[in-house]
Design a protein around this ligand. Sequence first.
Ligand code: AVI
Length: 320
Amino acid sequence: MDTNLARAQTIASAEQDNFASSLLSGLRKTSKEIACKYFYDQAGSELFDAICNLPEYYQTRTEMALLNRHAEEITALMGESVEIVEFGAGSLRKVRILLDAARNPKAYTPLDISGDYLCHVVRSLAADYPALTLRPLVGDFTLPLEIPHLPGPARRAGFFPGSTIGNFKPDAAMALLRRMRSTLNGGGLLIGVDLVKDPVRLHAAYNDAAGVTALFNKNLLIRANRELDADFDPDGFAHYAPYNAAAHRIEMYLVSLKRQSVNLCGQHFEFAQGEPVHTEDSHKYTIESFREMAARAGFNPRAVWTDQDRLFSIHWLESR
Ligand code: AVI
């Protein structure tokens, strides 16, 4: 085992959440819903990786290009001997750009709900960054959590790429930013945010021609069948992802194609023909509207980088 690689440590929140209880309460609502954080089992994470490589999904490649172009400036703002705390261990390709450019980074602390995925992620970094402390933490960053401090002084810099902040409703996004600010303990936050743009382009990104996003959406039902012994018919539901221009968000649904009933954890649910089950929102911001929200969450919005077509943005927020 590499010496710089700590064993994954679980940090529990006082609040508890799990797929079964969340799904049961979501399907009991008048407007049925399934929480989007349950997309990411093994199959869902692989489908999401495939989405990131789709020609229509401009977000990932645009953010990567911005990170590559501005890595020097970004890591200079983070400072020397920094501990990079990543909220959700996403694509390692992104944090590697920061680690390569950073001045003598002290530690990388990815925080993710999936322990297996985390171990895989950090193991692949250990040999390439022998001087870096790798500290995988298993926990749900959407819940209130305390990250234990490393021995010795280290400034923290948060990293939250991919516009995952867009998957939270504005009130919840603001609460999450507040919690991140307190976790970072005076350190700044580097965050990727998808921008408001031509609705046709947005629609295409969530309704790809190859149907990968549709599979990603339906994987929620397949996961419930496998893990909770439910009897959803995935072909009995259609992927539907319109852009709500007034609310600046893509809304994702699974729409029941027929009248049907489903059994789940000993309970019975009826679906009318055409009934939608809400599975995700993906909010889009303007640079100004995001900076305003960050300021209301207690950050001091400093640098912002965007591409020439203003598709995507990366913000450096300092703690006040
Ligand atoms: C993870 N998140 C930022 C993605 C998004 O674009 O909202 C999830 C996704 N849903 C469908 N395609 C991608």
